[in-house]
Write a protein that binds this ligand. Structure first.
Ligand code: DGL
Length: 258
Protein backbone atom coordinates (compact mmCIF):
# COMPACT_ATOMS: atom_id res chain seq x y z
CA UNK A 1 0.00 0.00 0.00
CA UNK A 2 1.32 3.44 -0.85
CA UNK A 3 1.52 5.99 1.92
CA UNK A 4 0.26 9.49 1.42
CA UNK A 5 1.94 12.25 3.42
CA UNK A 6 -0.71 14.82 2.56
CA UNK A 7 -3.18 16.05 5.18
CA UNK A 8 -6.94 15.73 5.22
CA UNK A 9 -8.81 19.04 5.05
CA UNK A 10 -11.76 19.57 7.39
CA UNK A 11 -13.95 22.65 7.51
CA UNK A 12 -16.93 24.04 9.37
CA UNK A 13 -18.55 27.42 9.84
CA UNK A 14 -16.78 27.68 13.19
CA UNK A 15 -15.81 25.39 16.03
CA UNK A 16 -18.52 22.74 15.61
CA UNK A 17 -16.45 20.72 13.18
CA UNK A 18 -13.93 20.15 15.95
CA UNK A 19 -16.37 17.57 17.36
CA UNK A 20 -15.94 15.70 14.07
CA UNK A 21 -12.18 16.26 13.97
CA UNK A 22 -11.93 14.73 17.43
CA UNK A 23 -13.52 11.49 16.17
CA UNK A 24 -11.45 11.52 12.97
CA UNK A 25 -8.19 11.84 14.90
CA UNK A 26 -9.19 9.10 17.28
CA UNK A 27 -10.04 6.69 14.47
CA UNK A 28 -7.15 7.71 12.20
CA UNK A 29 -4.33 8.73 14.56
CA UNK A 30 -1.63 8.56 11.89
CA UNK A 31 -3.37 11.00 9.60
CA UNK A 32 -2.59 14.70 9.60
CA UNK A 33 -5.41 17.21 9.43
CA UNK A 34 -5.85 20.86 8.51
CA UNK A 35 -8.95 22.31 10.16
CA UNK A 36 -10.51 25.50 8.86
CA UNK A 37 -13.21 27.35 10.82
CA UNK A 38 -15.04 30.16 9.05
CA UNK A 39 -15.55 31.99 12.34
CA UNK A 40 -15.79 35.39 10.64
CA UNK A 41 -18.96 34.41 8.79
CA UNK A 42 -20.68 32.07 11.22
CA UNK A 43 -23.50 31.12 11.43
CA UNK A 44 -24.12 29.28 8.18
CA UNK A 45 -27.32 27.71 9.49
CA UNK A 46 -29.54 30.76 9.03
CA UNK A 47 -28.18 31.68 5.59
CA UNK A 48 -29.55 30.68 2.20
CA UNK A 49 -28.21 27.53 0.51
CA UNK A 50 -26.71 29.68 -2.28
CA UNK A 51 -24.70 31.77 0.20
CA UNK A 52 -23.57 28.70 2.13
CA UNK A 53 -22.49 27.04 -1.10
CA UNK A 54 -20.46 30.09 -2.03
CA UNK A 55 -18.74 30.07 1.39
CA UNK A 56 -18.13 26.32 1.16
CA UNK A 57 -16.43 26.72 -2.22
CA UNK A 58 -14.13 29.37 -0.74
CA UNK A 59 -13.31 27.19 2.27
CA UNK A 60 -12.58 24.20 0.03
CA UNK A 61 -10.27 26.33 -2.17
CA UNK A 62 -8.26 27.51 0.84
CA UNK A 63 -7.73 23.90 1.93
CA UNK A 64 -6.97 22.59 -1.56
CA UNK A 65 -4.30 25.28 -1.97
CA UNK A 66 -2.57 23.68 1.01
CA UNK A 67 -2.57 20.36 -0.83
CA UNK A 68 -4.92 17.95 0.87
CA UNK A 69 -5.68 14.36 -0.08
CA UNK A 70 -9.33 14.36 1.03
CA UNK A 71 -11.88 16.90 2.20
CA UNK A 72 -14.38 16.45 5.03
CA UNK A 73 -17.24 18.95 5.20
CA UNK A 74 -17.65 18.86 8.99
CA UNK A 75 -20.78 20.98 8.84
CA UNK A 76 -24.26 19.67 8.16
CA UNK A 77 -25.46 22.95 6.70
CA UNK A 78 -22.56 23.14 4.24
CA UNK A 79 -23.02 19.46 3.41
CA UNK A 80 -26.67 19.95 2.47
CA UNK A 81 -25.86 23.11 0.47
CA UNK A 82 -22.63 22.13 -1.24
CA UNK A 83 -21.63 18.44 -1.16
CA UNK A 84 -22.47 17.54 -4.80
CA UNK A 85 -21.07 20.88 -5.96
CA UNK A 86 -17.74 20.37 -4.17
CA UNK A 87 -17.51 16.78 -5.39
CA UNK A 88 -17.94 18.00 -8.96
CA UNK A 89 -15.49 20.86 -8.40
CA UNK A 90 -12.80 18.54 -7.01
CA UNK A 91 -12.96 15.40 -9.16
CA UNK A 92 -9.50 14.24 -8.01
CA UNK A 93 -10.10 14.69 -4.27
CA UNK A 94 -12.49 12.52 -2.26
CA UNK A 95 -15.05 14.84 -0.64
CA UNK A 96 -17.15 13.60 2.24
CA UNK A 97 -20.03 15.20 4.15
CA UNK A 98 -21.52 14.47 7.55
CA UNK A 99 -25.23 14.11 6.72
CA UNK A 100 -25.26 10.61 5.29
CA UNK A 101 -23.11 9.22 8.17
CA UNK A 102 -25.38 11.00 10.66
CA UNK A 103 -28.48 9.49 9.07
CA UNK A 104 -26.84 6.05 9.26
CA UNK A 105 -26.17 6.52 12.97
CA UNK A 106 -29.82 7.40 13.63
CA UNK A 107 -31.14 4.53 11.51
CA UNK A 108 -28.87 2.10 13.38
CA UNK A 109 -29.94 3.44 16.79
CA UNK A 110 -33.74 3.61 16.57
CA UNK A 111 -35.89 0.70 17.69
CA UNK A 112 -39.31 2.39 17.66
CA UNK A 113 -38.76 4.20 14.34
CA UNK A 114 -39.33 7.59 15.87
CA UNK A 115 -36.40 9.97 15.44
CA UNK A 116 -35.94 13.61 16.42
CA UNK A 117 -33.52 15.57 14.26
CA UNK A 118 -32.06 18.72 15.80
CA UNK A 119 -30.23 20.86 13.25
CA UNK A 120 -29.96 24.35 11.83
CA UNK A 121 -32.74 26.07 9.96
CA UNK A 122 -31.04 25.60 6.59
CA UNK A 123 -30.32 21.92 7.20
CA UNK A 124 -33.89 21.19 8.26
CA UNK A 125 -35.27 23.14 5.28
CA UNK A 126 -33.03 21.16 2.91
CA UNK A 127 -34.89 18.00 4.00
CA UNK A 128 -31.76 15.91 3.48
CA UNK A 129 -31.88 14.03 6.78
CA UNK A 130 -35.59 13.40 6.45
CA UNK A 131 -35.10 11.97 2.93
CA UNK A 132 -32.09 9.80 3.75
CA UNK A 133 -33.69 8.32 6.85
CA UNK A 134 -37.05 7.73 5.15
CA UNK A 135 -35.33 5.94 2.28
CA UNK A 136 -33.98 3.42 4.76
CA UNK A 137 -37.01 3.24 7.09
CA UNK A 138 -40.09 4.10 5.02
CA UNK A 139 -42.38 3.88 8.08
CA UNK A 140 -40.25 6.21 10.22
CA UNK A 141 -41.71 9.23 12.01
CA UNK A 142 -39.31 12.15 12.05
CA UNK A 143 -39.63 15.15 14.30
CA UNK A 144 -37.34 17.73 12.69
CA UNK A 145 -36.55 20.84 14.65
CA UNK A 146 -34.48 23.89 13.71
CA UNK A 147 -32.39 24.90 16.73
CA UNK A 148 -30.31 27.75 15.36
CA UNK A 149 -29.85 29.50 18.72
CA UNK A 150 -27.80 26.55 19.98
CA UNK A 151 -25.03 27.42 17.52
CA UNK A 152 -24.51 30.84 19.08
CA UNK A 153 -24.55 29.37 22.60
CA UNK A 154 -22.03 26.71 21.64
CA UNK A 155 -19.69 29.25 20.05
CA UNK A 156 -19.90 31.26 23.27
CA UNK A 157 -18.91 28.18 25.23
CA UNK A 158 -22.27 28.35 27.03
CA UNK A 159 -22.99 24.65 27.15
CA UNK A 160 -23.80 23.92 30.77
CA UNK A 161 -25.50 26.95 32.29
CA UNK A 162 -29.08 28.05 32.85
CA UNK A 163 -29.34 29.75 29.47
CA UNK A 164 -28.27 26.60 27.65
CA UNK A 165 -30.73 24.57 29.72
CA UNK A 166 -33.61 26.94 28.90
CA UNK A 167 -32.76 26.84 25.19
CA UNK A 168 -32.56 23.05 25.15
CA UNK A 169 -35.84 22.73 27.04
CA UNK A 170 -37.43 25.03 24.49
CA UNK A 171 -36.19 22.98 21.54
CA UNK A 172 -36.99 19.62 23.14
CA UNK A 173 -40.60 20.60 23.84
CA UNK A 174 -42.89 18.17 22.03
CA UNK A 175 -40.19 15.55 21.60
CA UNK A 176 -41.45 12.72 23.78
CA UNK A 177 -41.99 9.38 22.04
CA UNK A 178 -38.78 9.44 20.05
CA UNK A 179 -36.21 6.89 21.16
CA UNK A 180 -33.43 8.59 19.18
CA UNK A 181 -32.29 12.18 19.04
CA UNK A 182 -29.96 12.90 16.13
CA UNK A 183 -27.68 15.88 16.57
CA UNK A 184 -27.72 17.10 12.98
CA UNK A 185 -25.38 20.01 13.59
CA UNK A 186 -21.74 19.55 14.49
CA UNK A 187 -22.02 22.25 17.16
CA UNK A 188 -24.55 20.26 19.17
CA UNK A 189 -22.51 17.36 20.65
CA UNK A 190 -21.14 19.81 23.26
CA UNK A 191 -24.65 19.87 24.76
CA UNK A 192 -24.71 16.10 25.16
CA UNK A 193 -24.32 16.03 28.98
CA UNK A 194 -27.14 18.53 29.44
CA UNK A 195 -29.30 16.82 26.84
CA UNK A 196 -28.80 13.54 28.67
CA UNK A 197 -30.05 15.15 31.88
CA UNK A 198 -33.15 16.51 30.12
CA UNK A 199 -34.12 13.44 28.10
CA UNK A 200 -35.58 10.25 29.54
CA UNK A 201 -33.03 7.52 30.24
CA UNK A 202 -32.78 5.13 27.32
CA UNK A 203 -33.12 7.77 24.60
CA UNK A 204 -30.22 7.44 22.16
CA UNK A 205 -28.38 10.68 21.46
CA UNK A 206 -26.40 10.19 18.26
CA UNK A 207 -24.31 12.40 16.02
CA UNK A 208 -22.38 12.02 12.81
CA UNK A 209 -18.82 12.18 14.16
CA UNK A 210 -18.00 8.51 14.70
CA UNK A 211 -19.80 7.28 11.60
CA UNK A 212 -18.06 9.96 9.51
CA UNK A 213 -14.72 8.63 10.79
CA UNK A 214 -15.68 5.09 9.73
CA UNK A 215 -16.73 6.29 6.27
CA UNK A 216 -13.54 8.36 5.89
CA UNK A 217 -11.35 5.41 6.83
CA UNK A 218 -13.09 3.19 4.27
CA UNK A 219 -12.81 5.89 1.62
CA UNK A 220 -9.08 6.43 2.22
CA UNK A 221 -8.48 2.68 2.16
CA UNK A 222 -10.38 2.32 -1.09
CA UNK A 223 -8.44 5.18 -2.69
CA UNK A 224 -5.15 3.84 -1.36
CA UNK A 225 -4.60 7.06 0.56
CA UNK A 226 -4.25 5.78 4.13
CA UNK A 227 -1.20 7.00 6.01
CA UNK A 228 0.67 3.88 7.08
CA UNK A 229 3.69 5.49 8.77
CA UNK A 230 4.37 4.82 12.45
CA UNK A 231 4.27 8.34 13.81
CA UNK A 232 1.17 10.16 14.96
CA UNK A 233 -0.28 12.71 12.58
CA UNK A 234 -0.40 16.44 13.26
CA UNK A 235 -3.31 18.85 13.30
CA UNK A 236 -3.13 22.44 12.08
CA UNK A 237 -5.85 24.99 12.62
CA UNK A 238 -6.90 27.94 10.53
CA UNK A 239 -9.68 30.42 11.24
CA UNK A 240 -11.07 33.38 9.36
CA UNK A 241 -11.36 35.47 12.56
CA UNK A 242 -9.81 35.79 16.02
CA UNK A 243 -7.35 33.02 16.84
CA UNK A 244 -7.41 33.62 20.61
CA UNK A 245 -11.16 33.17 20.83
CA UNK A 246 -10.99 29.97 18.81
CA UNK A 247 -8.22 28.68 21.03
CA UNK A 248 -10.10 29.47 24.22
CA UNK A 249 -13.50 28.03 23.34
CA UNK A 250 -12.31 25.41 20.85
CA UNK A 251 -11.10 22.99 23.47
CA UNK A 252 -14.68 22.42 24.65
CA UNK A 253 -15.37 21.00 21.19
CA UNK A 254 -12.11 19.18 20.64
CA UNK A 255 -11.86 17.79 24.16
CA UNK A 256 -8.24 18.87 24.48
CA UNK A 257 -6.21 22.06 24.40
CA UNK A 258 -5.70 23.64 21.02
N1 DGL B 1 -21.90 23.37 12.50
C1 DGL B 1 -22.77 23.63 11.41
C2 DGL B 1 -23.65 22.45 11.10
O1 DGL B 1 -23.27 21.33 11.37
C3 DGL B 1 -23.64 24.85 11.43
C4 DGL B 1 -23.48 25.91 12.42
C5 DGL B 1 -23.84 27.26 11.82
O2 DGL B 1 -25.02 27.60 11.81
O3 DGL B 1 -22.92 27.91 11.35
O4 DGL B 1 -24.71 22.61 10.54
Amino acid sequence: MTTSPLAIGVFDSGMGGLTVLRALRKKLPRESFIYLGDTARLPYGTKSPATVQQYAVQMARILVERRIKALVIACNTATTAALPHLQAMLPDTPVLGVVSPGAQAAVAATKNQRIAVLATETTIAANAYQQLITTQIPTVTIHARACSLLVALAEEGMVDNAIARAALEHYLAGIQDEDTVLLGCTHFPVFRPMLRSLLPAGVNVVDSADSTAVVLQALLARENLLETGKSLGAAHYLVTDSVSRFQKVGEIFLGEAL
